[in-house]
Design a protein around this ligand. Structure first.
Ligand SMILES: [Zn+2]
Length: 279
């Protein structure tokens, strides 16, 4: 069953566990995500970047949603950069959108996000946005502290925009780190205490299992994972490809999705979202 993302996150926040949001980018990764959710009896949030074929991904998600109705799932636009891509995602049946205006000044961020929230809520679609800025792992050593989320601003931001969940910057970064990830758990605890909506952590990959588990325990409800899943799939392909006498594309896809699925299940277990669904 496809639902808006806030339904999954509000339940998780109430019951105190984290939900993994894998980045999906084709039919194989959508199927792998569904299979991981079934095997782990976990809710599922699929994050899909705006540069991908949103119509195709949405059709594939609908296909698997019908095939596996027991999975409670949401399809979320990841880092929607403009109004047009938000509308496009909603027209294609996404049940949630992320509106990323995190590089704009506070007032402009509020203004643009509030406008999208009004439109999305009118059709039952939930909205995630980002305050502070989660940067890239490759520049981590230089800009780790530049975009950390201000707690008081976050409270105002939620009130003024009406967002359903908030991505916060507490020391993670997208992709692989150059440097060691250092998470500001005190800031996260303060955000959790003062913010009225579920909190989202971008840049989960390579942040370390202990760090991520602790972040979920303190108050993160959604953890985005992309790079670690793509890497796990590619490593599985590489291992089996060197052993194959006759390389076979069908086996390459199967190996890749198996590696992706197993890593996704690892994170589902780590964040306590297994056995949360009825069978
Ligand atoms: Zn992100």
């Amino acid at each position: 069953m496809l639902v808006s993302m806030d339904k999954i996150l509000n339940k998780a926040a109430k019951e105190g566990y984290g939900v993994v949001a894998p980045n999906v980018f084709n039919a194989e990764t959508v199927e792998a995500a569904y299979k991981a959710a079934i095997e782990a009896k976990s809710p599922l949030i699929m994050d899909c970047a705006g540069i991908l074929d949103l119509e195709l991904i949405s059709e594939v998600v609908r296909f698997f949603s019908k095939r596996y109705p027991e999975v409670t799932a949401a399809l979320n636009l990841d880092h929607g950069k403009d109004y047009e891509v938000a509308v496009k995602a909603i027209r294609n049946g996404f049940t949630s959108i992320m509106v990323d205006r995190s590089t704009l000044p506070f007032e402009e961020n509020v203004k643009q996000v509030a406008e999208v929230v009004k439109m999305a809520h009118a059709v039952g679609v939930s909205v995630e946005s980002e305050l502070g800025h989660v940067g890239q792992g490759v520049t981590y050593d230089n800009d780790r502290d530049a975009g950390l989320t201000n707690v008081d601003e976050a409270v105002d931001y939620i009130n003024q925009t009406g967002v359903d969940c908030l991505a916060v910057s507490v020391g993670t970064a997208h992709g692989r780190y150059i440097g060691t990830p250092h998470i500001d758990f005190n800031r996260l605890a303060e955000l959790k205490a003062k913010c009225s909506v579920p909190l989202v952590l971008h840049g989960g990959s390579s942040s370390g299992d202990d760090n991520l588990r602790k972040a979920v325990e303190i108050g993160i409800t959604k953890v985005n994972i992309g790079t670690d899943l793509r890497t796990a799939g590619a490593i599985k392909v590489k291992e089996n490809l060197v052993k194959a006498e006759f390389p076979n594309l069908a086996e390459i896809y199967a190996d890749g999705t198996e590696g992706y699925k197993e890593m996704l299940k690892h994170y589902m277990m780590l964040f306590g979202c297994v056995n949360r669904e009825r069978t």
